[in-house]
Design a protein around this ligand. Structure first.
Ligand SMILES: Cc1ncc(C[n+]2csc(CCOP(=O)(O)OP(=O)(O)O)c2C)c(N)n1
Length: 362
């Protein structure tokens, strides 16, 4: 018996989600900002000014195009490479950089590794660093949203959850747990896999015997779609369809075919395990160049606009860096805070010792 995909209400018809010219320009500018930011941050890391960095170079269309399909009230459960979704959704660049420095301006108080951004103002939680853990967390949050809607008896459109991960994460038990749960309980979640072909040094072919990541959805009873993750128009169109389906209370798995053009992180050197020719081939499909070509063909972009954009972005990053870098570390006592509603005596004692007083013992 041949197993067929379940019938789905996923509407992938092209025209439904066409982008206006101003929106395309905005998305192009965001992708360029992300690329330049990555370049600057990797430079800072090499100069010893930040400890670690994970770039999304080559994957900008997948991140920016998909995040643009969300509404402000929706929640994002990212992996390592989707921090820029926060910038797209209005998070200030200088605070974003404070997170990378882990200084007193960092809303997370320096408790996370660089690039593990999060803030309530943009409904984005932090990646936990353990590959795939965000998947059951996202399913759980989506379950909560479904409950909330049912309990409130309101017809108001409820938020949905966007969960990002790499293709490597689909080999983790957490992927299967989260996908199974979402399928059984019909949860308002979009599982967005950035298939960037490499999980550090493990190639996609050694990762799974499944011909596509998208088809893994079939086992859990919901649709899976593979798309060109370097084509921002396609990413937006397909993601919008999946987001609309999530709003109707149903999950979808998306697989964005893309490529990690740089190293896994600042701690990695891909020359040790992959053929440079492969990267050269993918560079021909650089998502930013592809979008630029489209803008040029529409007559709304030229070298003049590009030059002015580059200056604007360079100034924007420099301004934000001046604001963020050099701020002191978070106060030592923050080590003890935000865990207990009432701090136990032994932590009060240690906090006082750290602050140079001993009156916490009384
Ligand atoms: C449970 C677990 N195993 C291993 C690691 C080490 N590690 C960090 S990122 C990574 C690769 C992840 O690959 P993928 O999910 O494809 O995402 P990508 O980094 O390519 O975006 C690994 C193995 C980890 N952080 N957590």
């Amino acid at each position: 018996m041949t197993i067929e995909a379940p019938p789905s209400d996923l509407d992938l018809s092209g025209e439904a989600y066409a982008l206006a010219s101003e929106e395309i320009l905005f998305l192009y500018e965001m992708m360029t900002l992300v690329r330049r930011l990555d370049e600057r941050m990797l430079g800072l890391q090499r100069q010893g000014r930040i400890g670690f960095y994970g770039a999304c170079t080559g994957q900008e269309a997948a991140v920016i195009g998909s995040a643009f399909a969300l509404k402000k009230k929706d929640w994002v459960f990212p992996g390592l490479r989707e921090g820029a979704a926060m910038l797209l959704r209005g998070f200030p660049l200088s605070l974003y950089l404070c997170q990378i420095f882990g200084n007193e301006g960092d809303l997370l108080k320096g408790r996370q590794m660089p690039c593990h951004y999060s803030d309530r103002s943009v409904n984005q939680v932090s990646w936990g660093s353990c590959v795939g853990t965000q998947i059951p967390q996202a399913a759980g949050a989506a379950w909560g949203m479904k409950f909330g809607k049912e309990l409130s008896h309101e017809s108001r459109e409820s938020p949905i959850v966007m969960c990002y991960f790499g293709e490597g994460a689909t080999s983790e038990a957490d992927f299967h747990v989260g996908a199974n749960f979402a399928g059984v309980f019909n949860l308002p979640v979009v599982f967005f896999c950035q298939n960037n072909q490499w999980s550090i040094s493990v190639s996609r072919d050694r990762q799974t015997a499944s011909p596509t990541i998208a088809q893994k959805a079939l086992a859990y009873g919901f649709p899976g779609v593979q798309m060109d993750g370097n084509d921002i128009f396609e990413v937006y169109r397909v993601t919008r369809a999946a987001v609309e389906r999530a709003r109707r209370g149903n999950p979808t798995l998306l697989e964005a075919l893309t490529y990690r053009m740089g190293a896994h992180t600042s701690s990695d050197d891909p020359r040790l395990y992959r053929d440079p020719q492969e990267a050269e081939e993918w560079a021909k499909r650089d998502p930013i160049s592809m979008c630029r070509k489209r803008l040029e063909s529409q007559g709304i972009w030229s070298q003049k606009e590009q030059d002015s954009l580059e200056t604007r972005i360079s100034d924007q990053i420099s301004r934000a860096l001046r604001k963020a870098e050099g701020r002191p570390s978070p106060p030592g006592k923050t080590l003890f805070q935000d865990v207990f509603a009432e701090m136990p005596w032994h932590l009060r004692e240690q906090m006082a010792l750290l602050e140079g007083t001993d009156n916490a013992c009384v």
